[in-house]
Design a protein around this ligand. Structure first.
Ligand code: C2E
Ligand code: CA
Ligand code: CA
Ligand code: CA
Length: 273
């Protein structure tokens, strides 16, 4: 009825206003450099060693509140602001990597790419320039993309993946298992790593189904000679299950939350050198 319509249109209005507000705040955040990267350790449980970090963006507002990416990445993506923010993320993560390497740590850094960034044909040249400028060894750079970014125009996607691979970087499929996984395509994508989505990990060891899916993904990754990483590991039981199933690379709160760079020194893992 009329009231219902009014209710929904008011909600739509609020949503649109909220987006506009976030958009103008994001522009300001870019200008005032209010973004920070946190780093979550990636552990190899075979020798309990810290082998890399995933860079995860946060927005530090002037009132000191830390806004998680779930609250602003979508707006950044739809407004195109992600291209600018994304370039900053890559530069900042490469500078971090250079600092780690200068201390003698042979760690990698994983960087999330959004769809808009991935579809930008200037992306490979931009990354190449940043590699050059920061002097990092591209063998330690991993870019994470999701399945859905690959499934539209697969020929264009493969071309872009190959352009990126030519830089000497690694590619990872994030949130694996949640998109339109087509094994047929997976074979054609020049990727190096699969990250098992947290949704399959979180109910281990209660959910038999999820355990079967996880062990199947691990087996498939091995068969395809892809590295496999489990994300969202929160308990000793989950870590043990993954290890028993030969998935040795893990990330999750059980090992460490994402941390700002200055807090990484508190970690007690042995760091790969
Ligand atoms: P993602 O790439 O799948 O990142 C993993 C998310 O899970 C992160 O949330 C991380 O903090 C969280 N996480 C890690 N371990 C655990 C755990 O054991 N339990 C639980 N419940 N969560 C865990 P975050 O940092 O809020 O990021 C959310 C999403 O935002 C990311 O999902 C990614 O899609 C996007 N994102 C984050 N940083 C960036 C970025 O720099 N660029 C782009 N394009 N997207 C980003
Ligand atoms: Ca990720
Ligand atoms: Ca993920
Ligand atoms: Ca995820």
């Amino acid at each position: 009825g009329k009231n219902t319509y009014r209710f929904f249109s008011q909600q739509l209005n609020d949503a649109a206003n909220e987006r506009l507000l976030i958009e103008s705040q994001l522009r300001e955040a870019i200008a005032l450099q209010q973004f920070v990267l946190f780093y979550q350790p990636k552990i190899d449980v075979q020798d309990d060693m810290l082998i890399g970090y995933e860079a995860l963006i946060r927005w530090l507002r002037p009132d000191n509140t830390l806004v998680p990416p779930g609250r602003f990445i979508a707006v950044a993506e739809s407004t195109g602001l992600i291209v600018q923010i994304g370039e900053w993320i890559i530069l900042e993560a490469c500078r971090f990597l250079a600092r780690q390497h200068s201390r003698g740590y042979a760690v990698s850094v994983s960087i999330n790419l959004s769809a808009r960034q991935f579809n930008d044909n200037k992306l490979p040249a931009m990354i190449e320039q940043i590699i050059h400028r920061t002097g990092v060894d591209p063998a330690y750079l991993i870019f994470e993309i999701t399945e859905s970014m690959l499934m539209g125009d697969t020929d264009a996607a493969i071309k872009q993946l190959n352009q990126l691979k030519r830089l000497g970087i690694s590619l990872s499929i994030d949130d694996f298992g949640t998109g339109y996984s087509s094994l047929n395509y997976l074979k054609r994508f020049p990727v190096d790593e699969l990250k098992i989505d947290r949704s399959f990990v979180k109910d281990i060891p209660e959910d038999r189904n999820d355990m079967d899916i996880v062990s199947a993904i691990i087996a498939m990754a091995q068969k395809m000679q892809l590295r496999v990483v489990a994300e969202g590991v929160e308990s000793a039981e989950q870590a043990a299950f993954l290890q028993e199933n030969a998935c040795y690379l893990v990330q999750g709160y059980y090992f460490s939350m994402p941390l700002p760079e200055q807090e990484l020194s508190q970690l007690t893992f042995t760091i790969k050198t």
